[in-house]
Design a protein around this ligand. Sequence first.
Ligand SMILES: [Zn+2]
Length: 265
Amino acid sequence: MFIDTHCHLEDENFAADRAEAIARAETAGVERIINFGSTMQSSIAVAELAKKFSGLYAGVGIHPEEIDDFDENTCARLADLAAHEKVVAIGEIGLDYHWEKDSARRLVQQRIFVEQLDLARQMHLPVCVHDRDAHGDTLKILQTEARDLRGVLHCYSGSLETAREVWKLGWLIGVDGPLTFKNSAKVPEVVKAAPRDMILIETDAPYLAPVPYRGKRNEPAYVVEVAKKLAEVRGETLEEVAAYTAANAMRLYDIFQKCTDAASG
Ligand SMILES: [Zn+2]
């Protein structure tokens, strides 16, 4: 079994064929999918999707590029959503300095990131972090504000040195399409050195489709291509990669527990 631990099936790109994309994922062996919100509206949407489809779970949060969507009521509204048993994470939250060059607004990103880490702590939920071109500040915030939390740096794009600090905190890294790209020198180096229990696979669909679908719309079924590349880079079988990445995802997001709870009523 594969688990796509990060995607955006609520995105309008899936408006015409969302159920078909979920069915294609199942056929490919991708039995569980975790969708992440980036605004209040998309957080509501991913929580609704998780209620509707048995293999779907959700994370709720405000993305660093969407900080204008955050106000004094946001955390309470996210907490309401996160109370549902199929909402298994707070995310995606974090820092994005690639698109934000203004230093005052970067500080606002940091404050909103920390407030949502506090929410994760209150809700006893793991965290999915977006870090783009903000590796130093992200690591600093994890080290000072999140020592007691569990989580993943999704779509990991930092150095091996930073990854080692992340692993020291007990946090995982998420690997997706860029691992399969020819120009991704850093990512293979990082995944080769990663302890088995520190890696998740993901698509970030509809973005970042892996080779051989690069440039097309991404979808959860393609997480198998990420797993294949991971197996190749690490010298493992596809079955091994499927087994340990699924186990890591179930452990981090407590999915196994929630399935059992649901089955027992
Ligand atoms: Zn994402």
